[in-house]
Design a protein. Structure first.
Lengths: 114, 118
């Protein structure tokens, strides 16, 4: 069965500092991995994905994520946080075996202080 | 392009009432899904569809029915609402085919339906 763990309910960081939002996953076979962001009272928006290839994936708004197969992790990173990055971030996983079932983590709230 | 449209935005039901949450997409996406979002539990998959006429259960399907008679529409039915179904519901759609390699696997979400069951 697929599962996603986001171990931190909230991450606090000062504006201009680097940020990391953690994600680990479990899936049979090779994973498709995703990060989505949710702003208040909105639906989720796609940030980036890992399907295959380079382990470092770059996405929207300066975010990037690193796929680590041995640690089954897909942490989201940004070199310099902005106050406008404050939002709820979700990691998601899907098996690449042809199904479409996508499982989301519980979410991590990012708070960037000016 | 309206994207993914969900109606209604808000709904209050009494226990035992039935209702249908509507979801429509105009992007000709093959895949559509319903999720519920609850505090501390993230998004949980209720049902999903890989094309017209094909549906399957997700993580939490009990109490919900779906059908997919057209590519565009994927309604979610609550047959007999319970307070445990109080939640925010999101519909999402995605390409499946390889003709859109960059967009494939990316889900596009509606704005959500906030449901309260009293």
């Amino acid at each position: 069965a697929q599962s996603v763990a986001q171990p931190e309910d909230q991450v606090n960081v000062a504006e201009g500092n680097p940020l990391t939002v953690k994600c680990t996953y479990s899936v049979s076979g090779n994973p498709y991995l995703f990060w989505y962001v949710q702003y208040p009272n909105r639906g989720l928006q796609f940030l980036l994905k890992y399907i295959t290839g380079d382990n470092l994936v770059k996405g929207s708004y300066g975010f990037e994520a690193e796929f680590n197969k041995s640690q089954t992790s897909f942490h989201l990173k940004k070199p310099s946080a902005l106050v406008s990055d404050s939002a709820l971030y979700f990691c998601a996983v899907r098996a690449n075996t042809g199904g479409f079932k996508t499982i989301f983590g519980a979410g991590t709230r990012l708070f960037v202080k000016a | 392009n309206a994207g993914v449209t969900q109606t209604p935005k808000f709904q209050v039901l009494k226990t035992g009432q039935s209702m249908t949450l509507q979801c429509a997409q105009d992007m000709n996406h093959e895949y559509m899904s319903w999720y519920r979002q609850d505090p501390g539990m993230g998004l949980r998959l209720i049902h999903y569809s890989v094309g017209a006429g094909i549906t399957d259960q997700g993580e939490v399907p009990n109490g919900y029915n779906v059908s997919r008679s057209t590519t565009e529409d994927f309604p979610l039915r609550l047959l007999s609402a319970a307070p445990s179904q109080t939640s925010v519901y999101f519909c999402a759609s995605s390409y499946r085919t390889g003709s859109h390699p960059l967009a494939k696997n990316i889900q596009y979400f509606g704005a959500g339906t906030r449901l309260s069951v009293l």
